[in-house]
Ligand binder design. Structure first.
Ligand code: XMP
Length: 513
């Protein structure tokens, strides 16, 4: 039986993968494709429904992304969101204009609950708006099914042609009944049965990997973090011993982490993998000497990683594929989508031009962190590994502000180990998305045992987050912070100040660099 599919056509909005994720949460498989995806390809894919995303353009703009009008004649239900709704209106003869008042944020919307899209939704419901243009006049044959005091067409539909449009964003949490609306779209309007679960992702991905790899040899960049561990186990289930996992100890790992990773994935561990550990600490420190610009550091670490892999690959012989545990937030924050570059994530934007592999496989590229964890559980990876807090590819390189040296690595490793130990002892680590110690580049004056000190300040960070795209600083009890401060200053040479980072994301990011 063919799997049900809903496709999201990407017109450049911020929330495109979020839409796909919400649809998957409804139990229907969903993929995002660029708006340049051809009509023939859409016919071949035979989706049960199509969603047009939002986007930054105005439909009248010269470079505004559009689609062929024939898409509306396929008989496939379409839901336009924000820019997608305006595009639908514009292409079908309605009019779009700059709204006299832009709506931004939570807005009360009056909806017509007799619409299939709004079945089970309250007549007045809070929705997330973010627009400067609006649909001024719906195309003929369309019925207006929602409005606000300033937006005459907050939703419209032509049920005969199965065309639906909403000005607001049902995919974001702030739209209180957005889930119900998307569920109505996929079940009531598209007629989906809901045949998708995370284990289907695992099964399908394993099948796709087998088809792609054939009898080729695969090299996996294993860091021991959640993402690369899930990617490695996925690959090992798909191609067994055709896979070699290379674990590069770049000297930027947490304290004792290299040995811990080896214990799990190495020859005495629980997986049937070819495992190679490369101790490349000195090599990375040498490359990072004198470099303090964060993006440059990221690029150097990413590039050196690839070089090490290439060397290992050469030793192994012909290697066709390189596997990486890139996940969706890495992709957009690296600016490979249309959003601005925040950080070029290790293994994503930081790839060097010449890579000695036929292809890169990134099986988790479309998943959010919690989806990766669910896939990990499906794969039978132990919970303690699956729920391990994420650790960035460039490791402590992005937790040491400024130049990286072996001594700074030692400081941050020791401080971090104390912080983690105390949080765990106090039972405060549960519910935290990520927590770690970082080393600021600030040295300041202190006094210890009647002596003047001029040492570094360690920053403690703990954040609560579900998707790592936004985060808030956690309220770690003062007694715990105080104890950590005391221990760090007493036990870690080179530190005379401990700070707690209160910054949310945005405006900060989780890592310091
Ligand atoms: P930021 O600092 O951008 O981090 O708020 C968001 C999440 O991504 C992790 N992170 C990375 N993960 N390679 C990775 O695999 C990277 O280069 C990288 N940089 C940040 C970070 O730890 C957090 O979980």
């Amino acid at each position: 039986m063919e799997r049900e599919l809903v496709i999201v056509l990407d017109f450049g909005g911020q929330y495109n993968q979020l839409i796909a994720r919400r649809v998957r949460e409804c139990g229907v498989y969903c993929e995002v494709h660029p708006h340049t995806l051809g009509l023939d390809r859409i016919r071949e894919m035979n989706p049960k429904g199509i969603i047009f995303t939002g986007g930054p353009n105005s439909v009248y703009g010269e470079d505004a992304p559009r689609y062929q009008k024939e898409i509306f004649q396929l008989g496939i239900p379409i839901l336009g969101i924000c820019y997608g709704s305006q595009l639908m209106a514009y292409m079908l003869g309605g009019s779009v204009a700059t709204a006299p008042v832009s709506e931004y944020g939570k807005t009360e919307v009056e909806v017509d609950t007799s619409s299939a899209l709004f079945e089970g939704v309250s007549p007045r419901t809070i929705c997330w708006m973010s627009h400067t243009d609006y649909i001024e006049r719906a195309p003929e044959e369309f019925k207006i099914t929602a409005h606000t005091p300033v937006c005459p067409v907050a939703a419209m539909e032509d049920p005969g042609r199965k065309l639906y449009a909403v000005q607001f964003h049902p995919e974001v949490m702030h739209t209180q009944e957005g889930r119900q609306m998307l569920s109505n779209f996929v079940y009531r309007i598209c007629g989906c049965a809901g045949d998708w679960k995370m284990d289907s992702f695992v099964e399908t991905t394993i099948r796709q990997i087998r088809e792609k790899v054939g009898d080729g040899r695969v090299l996996c960049a294993l860091s021991g973090g959640v993402d690369s561990s899930v990617a490695a186990v996925l690959l090992s289930k798909a191609v067994g011993r055709q896979l070699t996992c290379v674990f590069v100890d770049h000297g930027l790992l947490r304290k004792n982490e290299g040995d811990e990773v080896e214990a799990v994935f190495g020859p005495n561990g629980q997986y049937d993998l070819n495992f190679i550990r490369v101790n490349a600490q000195e090599r990375f420190y040498a490359k990072l000497k004198g470099v303090s610009e964060p993006e440059q550091k990221r690029k150097i670490i990413g590039e050196e990683f690839i070089r090490v892999f290439e060397e290992e690959a050469r030793k192994i012989g012909a290697v066709d594929f390189l596997v990486q545990g890139t996940i969706y937030p890495d992709v957009i924050e690296s600016g490979l989508g249309k959003s601005a570059v925040i950080k070029s994530h290790h293994n994503v934007g930081g790839l060097p031009d010449c890579v000695d592999f036929k292809e890169i496989i990134e099986p988790l590229r479309l998943l959010f962190k919690d989806e990766v964890r669910r896939a990990g559980l499906e794969l039978g990876i132990p919970e303690y590994l699956v729920y391990r807090q994420p650790f960035p590819g460039p490791g402590l390189g992005v937790r040491i502000v400024g130049e990286v040296t072996a001594d700074k690595v030692r400081i941050v490793q020791d401080a971090d180990a104390i912080y983690r130990e105390e949080l765990a002892k106090a039972g405060c680590d549960k519910g935290l998305g990520q927590y770690f110690a970082a080393l600021t580049n600030m040295r300041s004056v202190g006094v210890m045992g009647d002596e003047r000190t001029y040492d570094y300040a360690v920053a403690l960070r703990a954040v609560i987050t579900s998707d790592f795209m936004t985060a808030e600083a956690a309220e770690v009890p003062y007694e715990v912070l105080f104890k950590v401060m005391n221990r760090v200053i007493n036990e870690v040479k080179g530190v005379n100040r401990v700070l707690y980072d209160l910054t949310s994301k945005p405006p900060g990011t989780i890592e310091l660099e």
